[in-house]
Write a protein that binds this ligand. Sequence first.
Ligand code: SF4
Length: 76
Amino acid sequence: MTTVTLQRAKCIGCNYCEEMAPELFRMSRKDGKSTLLHAHDAKGFHTVRLSGEDPAEKALRAAQACPVKIISVRTK
Ligand code: SF4
C-alpha cells in the first residue's frame, strides 16, 4: 500500500506531476493548481492510498519531478 500526499496550497502550477502521472494528478482549471485525484483533504494535506506497483512508481516520479517538493510518497 502506498500513501501519496499533496500540500496543495504550495503548488506553483508547473504541470510536471500531471505529465508524470496523469492517472493521479489533474491541473485545476479554477485555480491552476494540481489536484490529487480521489484524495481526502485534511487541513491542506490531500492524501490518497494506492495499491499496485505501477501507480506507486508513477507517484514517485511525480514527487521527484515536483520543483517545490510538495508531493510525498510512502510505501509500507
Ligand atoms: S509538480 Fe508540484 S508544483 Fe508542479 S503542478 Fe505538480 S504539485 Fe504543483
